[in-house]
Design a protein. Structure first.
Length: 309
């Protein structure tokens, strides 16, 4: 079966790609499993508007009706947001089965990267990537996002890995897999709700143009993806001690409830939302918007370089 029949690119995104204009891929697990309704719908609309305002075309990606949809309509976004956790969460291993079943599914960072590459999109914005879970030495729970970054040539702009994870181990695995980790305007690897994990990024770059230049080099080498850590804006960041304590409580609750596997990340985000009385969601939305703005500027800089060639 040709990829063409599975991949469904919206006319607007297809036009932009054909003309070499800047396009930013956006994921949808954050809509279905990362945030409650209706904040998820509002976030999805605002993020698309931010990408447009910066001169790029947004391409939100999801599985719907047996196709990998690249570029969604407003009614599509509404359907995904309302379906929420009743939709499937599509990681790489789930894609074929969910397409065959014509299921509605949010795509994770891993799956969105895959789809972006198939469509020819080089820049992608999310909130925070998945990584090595705490206790992974026993559970072996390491997000497929890390494997995907090692093999798929797409730049992922995030606010770090979600702080529910074991961040030192996440950086170790990224090193093992050969994924460049860039601090955008920072020496540190950001920690999602806070600006720094206390761990260093591999390299620091301060402008969209500098990132675009590195991406061009990386992609011409065929050496897989690039992770760009863009810290949450100071004004939106949470107090490290407070969020740290809430993460510990949520992890204990997850353990007591016997949560495992792909349910872990959605459960923890929801539990932290409850424990912080919604404050974690306010920060989460702010950091996603900030990532969309930076990703759009990087995509515009990359498109400008490709015209010059
Ligand atoms: N960023 C957010 N919220 C989310 C996610 C990212 O701000 O919900 C999603 C992404 O889709 C990511 C997934 O790929 O969480 C990680 O899930 P897991 O740990 O099961 O691989
Ligand atoms: Mn997992």
């Amino acid at each position: 079966m040709p990829i063409r029949s599975v991949l469904s690119i919206s006319p607007e995104v297809a036009d932009a790609l054909a003309q070499g204009r800047a396009v930013v891929a956006l994921e949808s697990t954050i809509i279905t499993h990362g945030m409650p309704y209706p904040q998820n719908l509002q976030m999805a609309g605002e993020v698309e508007a931010i990408v447009r305002a910066a001169g790029a075309v947004p391409a939100t990606i999801a599985l719907m009706g047996g196709r990998i949809r690249v570029g969604l309509t407003a009614p599509d976004l509404e359907q995904l947001a309302e379906t929420g956790m009743a939709a499937a969460k599509a990681s790489r291993r789930d894609v074929a089965a969910l397409l065959t079943a014509q299921a509605t599914a949010g795509t994770t960072v891993a799956t969105t990267m895959q789809a972006a590459e198939m469509a020819g999109i080089q820049v992608f914005a999310t909130g925070g990537i998945g990584g090595v879970h705490r206790g992974a030495e026993l559970s072996f729970d390491i997000s497929a996002d890390l494997e995907e970054l090692s093999r798929t040539p797409v730049a992922v702009v995030c606010a770090g890995a979600k702080a529910i994870l074991d961040l030192p181990k996440t950086l170790e695995v990224l090193e093992t897999k050969g994924v460049p980790v860039i601090g955008y305007g920072t020496d540190d690897f950001p920690a999602f709700w806070t600006r720094s994990s206390g761990l260093r990024a591999d390299h620091r770059l301060d402008t969209p143009e500098a990132v675009a230049e590195l991406l061009e080099t990386q992609f011409s080498l065929g050496m897989g993806g690039v992770l760009i850590g863009n810290p949450i804006p100071e004004a939106d960041a949470m107090d490290p001690a407070f969020i740290g304590a809430m993460i510990e409580r949520a992890l204990a609750d997850a353990e007591a409830a016997g949560i495992q596997g792909k349910e872990t990340t959605p459960y923890l985000l929801k539990r932290i939302f409850e424990l912080t009385e919604g404050k974690s969601l306010v920060s989460n939305i702010a950091l996603v918007k900030n990532n969309a703005a930076v990703a759009a500027r990087i995509a515009v800089a990359l498109a400008a370089r490709q015209v010059d060639d």
